[in-house]
Design a protein around this ligand. Structure first.
Ligand code: G3I
Length: 325
């Protein structure tokens, strides 16, 4: 009997998806697709500060536990997302009044508590997420404003102190379209290494589309791999509805271009990143039905390898082909 190929069975590195606890418990096909096709799990929202740390002295592990337990029980690698970000911050933090020492304690306590909670259960963490603007300057977040530019390095140090074994990532979007942002991330990595600040890897989110040139994607992967750190394509999706039109229905030609883009990205990653640096490729969500894109763009789009009924799309075939050594 022929054995059916799956994403995780053909790939020589982890293939992941960003997931949601309510779908995991409420939608059997979702869970089944994850178990069959994927070997790594990222929490889409439930390890973010707003969800996990809703009040100053209260943590809520419920959503995070559902996801982490699923990953641990099914033998999948668990990637934590994200400790320090400017979005999904709880109200008590946006309203927080305190001097720089009080802010530093807040940052350190949050990182320490969350990392320790999942010590041994989470293999890698996005420590700082999206700290640069497209022009390569530091994003003026509440963290930067209250803690100064050193908050990034200190976040990595606090995470390392809380779990000496967990892999620490800087995660960012847009390195494939902004040369300045790519350069800023690489300069930060070089600076960290010069100063012995712990960092193990860089995430290229890769929220992309069928029109984006392969050469730019390859360039971002190549330059990031040249750091010698782990490289994670951490939030992959490929939009087809470029004009964001309503009631959009892709033609077969567009499905084929989406397939080609998935194949090109997986091939580039597999061939450019040395095997020892391959942390894997993670898609942002599982199927077109649970993608974040439609609610974000207020349009319909179909950015993932599985359709709304969890059927494999042409994009799946392209992804599978690109993953296969
Ligand atoms: O949970 C509430 C729900 O109670 C409420 O009824 C509903 C009404 O809007 O909102 C729900 O929260 C939303 C949450 O997603 C869960 O669905 C938030 O408003 C919404 O802002 C949040 O969006 C998430 C976004 O990050 C902000 O945290 C997206 O799902 C998630 O896909 C997106 O992921 C980010 C990565 O973390 C970082 N890189 C970019 C990526 C896409 O923006």
């Amino acid at each position: 009997t022929p054995v059916t190929s799956t994403l995780r069975s053909v790939a020589s590195f982890p293939v992941g998806a960003a997931i949601n606890p309510s779908l995991l418990t409420g939608k059997p096909l979702y869970r089944q697709t994850l178990e069959t096709e994927f070997s790594s799990i990222t929490s889409e929202n439930h390890l973010k500060m707003r969800q996990v740390h809703p009040e100053k002295d209260r943590y809520d592990w419920s959503g995070g536990n559902t996801i982490v337990d699923f990953a641990n029980q099914t033998g999948k690698r668990m990637h934590g997302h994200a400790l320090v970000w400017h979005q999904s911050v709880p109200d008590w933090v946006t309203q927080f009044k305190g001097d720089s020492l009080a802010w530093e304690n807040l940052l350190r306590d949050h990182i320490t508590t969350v990392v320790k909670q999942y010590k041994g259960k989470i293999a890698s963490w996005d420590v700082v997420n999206e700290a640069f603007l497209d022009d390569g300057t530091l994003r003026p977040t509440l963290w930067l404003q209250n803690l100064g530019p050193g908050y990034m390095a200190r976040s990595f140090q606090y995470a390392r102190q809380a779990d000496p074994a967990v892999k620490l990532f800087y995660n960012e979007y847009g390195q494939e379209y902004s040369a300045k942002k790519l350069a800023a991330v690489l300069a930060m990595v070089a600076d960290f290494r010069k100063r012995n600040i712990p960092i193990d890897g860089v995430g290229l989110q890769m929220h992309t589309n069928i029109d984006h040139p392969d050469a730019q994607i390859e360039n971002a992967i190549r330059q990031t791999a040249a750091t010698g750190l782990l490289v994670h394509i951490s939030e992959l999706d490929v939009r087809v509805n470029q004009a964001k039109t309503a009631n959009f229905s892709p033609t077969d030609a567009l499905w084929q271009r989406q397939k080609a883009k998935y194949q090109a990205i997986a091939t580039a990653y597999r061939t450019i990143v040395p095997p020892a640096q391959q942390h894997g490729i993670t898609t942002w969500n599982v199927s077109d039905a649970d993608s974040w894109i439609p609610s974000f763009c207020q349009c319909n789009d179909f950015p993932l390898p599985f359709d709304k009924d969890f059927k494999k799309k042409a994009a799946y075939d392209g992804f599978l082909t690109g993953l296969k050594p």
